[in-house]
Design a protein around this ligand. Sequence first.
Ligand code: MG
Length: 379
Amino acid sequence: MKIQRLEVFHVALPLIEPWRTAYGEDPVIESVLVRAFGATAEGRAAGCATWDAWGEATPFGQPTYSPETAGTAALVIERSLGPAVVGRDLVDAAALNERLAVFRGNPFAKAAVETAFWGLLCRQAGQPLHAMIGGADGEVPAGEDFGVCDTIDALLGRVGGAVEAGFGRVKLKVRRGWDLEVVRAVRAAFPNLVFHVDCNGGYSLDDLDLFKRLDAFNLAMIEQPLAHDDLLDHAELARRVATPICLDESLKSPRWAEQAVRLGACRVLNVKPGRVGGIAHAAAMVELARREGLGCWIGGMLESSVGAAVCIELASLPGNTYPADIFPSSKFYTEDLCEPAVTPRRPGVFGVSTGPWIDYAPSPDRLARRTLRKATVGA
Ligand code: MG
């Protein structure tokens, strides 16, 4: 498959309410969409068969989740990644990733390009993504997430709504001042609820006492309790508490995941295609979890329906053991980029794609309204 052209869109999607986590508040979500145009040698010889496909990665507007932002990712694609792959015949995603490997870091930027390239491969094969990567047809389970709320009562009301709707699990964002008492209140109100907390790296080993006290509440896991770039302290914490530790920010690539597993730093992997450089790396990490008998689930970055649809496909891989972070975009956004948008079949259940690649693409009007900057690589 030869990539003929990449169009890069840096977009900003306004949220219904700010997304509050341990690292701050986001009033809008900034994302990068890549539209790839490609053709095969056979297609070119026959004078037809060009394809186009959309990819997305969502590192946010500020470097708070990771060192990347949507602005830097768009620029890195335009200046470095795009020129390295446009005009090249690349047989598969491994060949593309080999071209990109010379550039250090920037996994979100790489993921946006790699994802769009998978789209071209899927269109050529006439297959949905899950069929190309070993996932299953049918449905995938997703959980419900809640950020920091104004009051515990407000949170309990929301959790109650999720329980009533039938969600299989709930995740609570916690941060200092919004942790132990919140967990205590939720467990008291919902004795049988499967739920876990996501700390977004907001604590240190000095908080060992807090984590030991959390053991009393039968949490499914504690997600990313310690620093975003740490493995050793997580391994120490994992030895000292009973609740399984899940890593998110710390698992920057399949290599980091292998090292985390060897160190005993986590018993559960949160896999996000953007954070680890794309679909092939994400699938490799799900497979690592399956091989090692660890927990695994697909995380989300509040992507538009393009990114969310890719996460649904990844969530159908056999190594997943826990409901994914995939949401109807109406939970966060007044308006998705896509029309129709990703919608659950019922609360907490999404269907995998039925057509080639994924079933969603941005609507041109909506994309134009949300685009901060557009660039093109290639003729
Ligand atoms: Mg997380």
